[in-house]
Write a protein that binds this ligand. Structure first.
Ligand code: NAD
Length: 257
């Protein structure tokens, strides 16, 4: 039987792939038979991850998802080189914490630019290409996974910029899913709880750890390898009838929300 999660022959762009969850997703894309196109601001890191995967299966692009001309150029180069983009994982993200009454306009904007506008720029550039393929009668896979967060479902203290952006990502997912479903393009979100990466070092520290874990029915955090699997599930043919959904991957943190 063919593996229903196979990504054989799929070219998949993964943003924020220099470390953490994005790196794990890129590695699993390759393990599942695909080619990973890794995008990140950190050239040294993303270059090393791509090199470890092999030049025939992975390549690195250095730039910011918040820069629409970089995004357009990057997608154009990938299409010119490989013919098609079959998957996009909008994963790049940042945190810039401050309580609401102390947050500067610049701190607000920085997170919105990367975590919300960056998702839109990548989705739009890849979506235009996928629409062209669909209109030409090409039925090969066309799937987009946007990385959101429990912060987008429930709000968060000290990160209103992040919470607003992650709620917005779910809005982007629903609108794009509705607009593009007739063309065969699937768009879904994943909402993570707490995953062991650099981003969550503070909330996993001794000061907060027990308080946070008390709210997670499974009583543990996750790791990038574990959460990369549901991302690839949504990219794969196993999720062929799923679009416009927000899948929580959080040990039960938001049951019923
Ligand atoms: P991370 O900080 O370990 O990695 C993020 C990567 O994104 C880094 O390599 C960074 O260089 C890159 N990046 C940042 N800004 C960029 C930009 N403008 N353009 C291109 N690349 C950029 O974070 P992570 O924990 O792996 O998080 C990945 C995604 O998952 C983020 O969207 C994050 O908000 C989301 N998320 C993470 C958790 C968690 O518990 N770790 C929970 C919920 C959601």
């Amino acid at each position: 039987m063919k593996n229903p999660m196979s990504l054989e022959g799929n070219n998949v762009i993964v943003t924020g792939a220099g470390q953490g969850i994005g790196e794990a997703v890129a590695r699993l894309v390759v393990d599942l038979g695909g080619r990973a196109i890794l995008v990140d601001l950190q050239g040294d890191k993303v270059g090393a991850v791509a090199a470890s995967l092999g030049a025939d299966r992975a390549e690195a692009h250095v730039g910011s998802v918040a820069d629409p001309s970089f995004v357009q150029d990057m997608v154009g180069k990938v299409v010119a080189r490989h013919g098609a983009v079959h998957g996009l994982v909008n994963n790049a993200g940042i945190v810039r914490a401050a309580m609401i009454h102390k947050m500067s306009a610049a701190t607000w904007q920085q997170v919105i630019d990367v975590n919300l506008s960056g998702v839109f720029y990548c989705l739009q550039a890849v979506g235009r290409h996928m629409l062209e393929r669909a209109d030409a009668g090409d039925k090969s896979p066309a799937t987009i996974v946007n990385i959101s967060s429990d912060a987008g479902r429930r709000g968060t203290i000290g990160q209103i910029n992040y919470g607003a952006a992650k709620s917005g990502v779910m809005g982007i997912t629903m609108s794009a899913a509705r607009e593009w479903a007739p063309k065969g393009i699937r768009v879904n979100s994943i909402c993570f709880g707490v995953v062991e990466t650099e981003m969550t070092e503070t909330i996993r520290s001794d000061k907060f750890r027990d308080r946070v874990l008390a709210q997670v029915p499974m009583g543990r955090f996750s790791n990038p390898e574990e959460v990369s699997q549901p991302v690839c599930f949504l990219l794969s043919p196993a999720a062929s009838y799923i679009t416009g959904q927000h899948l929580s991957v959080n040990g039960g943190y938001t049951i019923g929300v």
